[in-house]
Design a protein around this ligand. Sequence first.
Ligand SMILES: [Fe+2]
Length: 485
Amino acid sequence: MAGFGLGFQSPGEETHAVELAVRGRIPEWLSGVLLRNGPAKFEVGGTGFRHWFDGQAMLHRFAIGRGRVEYANRYLDTPSSQAVLQERRIRYQEFATDPCRNMFARFFTPFLRSRPVNPNVNISRFGDRFVALTETPLPVEFAPDTLATLGVVDYDDRLGGQFTTAHPHQDPVTGDLVNYVTHFSRRSEYRVYRQRTDGTPQRELLGRHRVDEPAYMHSFAITARYVVLVEFPLVVNPYRLLLSGRPFIENYRWKPERGTRFVVMDREDGRVRAVLSGPACFAFHHINAWEEKGRLFIDLCAYQDSSIIEALYLDTLRAGGPLPQASPMRYCLDPEAGTVTGEPLAGESLELPRIAYQQRNGRPYRYAYGVGSRDGRTDDFLNQLVKIDVRDGGTLLWREEGCYPGEPVFVAAPPGHDAHGAEDEGLVLAVVLRSATASSYLLVLDARTFQEVARAEVSHAVPFGLHGIFVRHQLRSGTRGEFGS
Ligand SMILES: [Fe+2]
């Protein structure tokens, strides 16, 4: 197995708050918690999950303050993980694993199968409540200080839908959370909603869009006025989902002849202003979007097709199968002319993109951070961190031999700490797997120069994560206060 295979292995034990050895000097102003989520349990009683995205969710917590770092991890406690960790069996359907082979059982378990969740993708906040998210619209709340699972957040509304994204946006104008659900039925539709940030789990429908064959959309775009659902031509017949007997994602079909459809919905009245067609591509992640003089600009990490999903089956990954690379692309939508044009933002590959979200989400921006593959090669896992100046394609790279970084989280420097208002004044935090020592470390980079500031060593290999957030500690009179975003 290639060295990066350690990133797809389950850790032996949970880790309870150990202090990490720090090399370098972490700035005093960096005070808070990096919370991360990702698949971490892949084997079950002699069998195993099939796909990276099937692994049982583990939360990771890097508490940073006064130059010190403490690390803990903990599995989410869900019906799905209880079956895996205690009963040592797979009971519930995951992204690409379905234990329910029997048609009779499938027919009578749709409700059961919609309840258990394995939210292993992302972390968000509903006001002061912290939730782990996946593509089943049932967030799981947890305590950010202990990582203890608090329970499924049941929505108090009638929005419906069986699929959502783990990438809700914050409305750049109101601050509300915005997301969509796909409602699969004879009359399938996307339902775009907003959710107030006061912690109330109640969603308000903003608009809907009928669709015969819903697309697999892992994220979407938001601007000051619009939501843009980018329908890649990886689509599903809803009946197939119910009747095929195959795991969720294996019901989707790649239909490049459909092209990519950009559904532009006005959040003011929920009306779809335009559906524009562009060349076929596939993406998991949007980078940013904004509108300017009647046109919309959509930046995303584009693959030529959906073969990346097959490449992320665990057998293929562990065998070192080719890993397709995503290119950072900009699509310019002109609703009046009915045109879509695309151009690459840089020459490096880019995945798991992050920006200075609080400052630039839905607005023109300059810098994107992400992971990529050295020289765009497909025979290794993601092995470098990338910073792109999207204005001119300028690129900075960080890499170390035999090391595999995860999603880089940008943390803006607070005012008064050598910050002069530049978008990239701050730090980038990434968990890196070092194959030679079978261990990981939290890497701290200067976001401006992309040079290392410090690292904090974990004694074991941390499985590759997907997404996370940094939550600042607000210092009041020298004491720790409430969490603040
Ligand atoms: Fe994602």
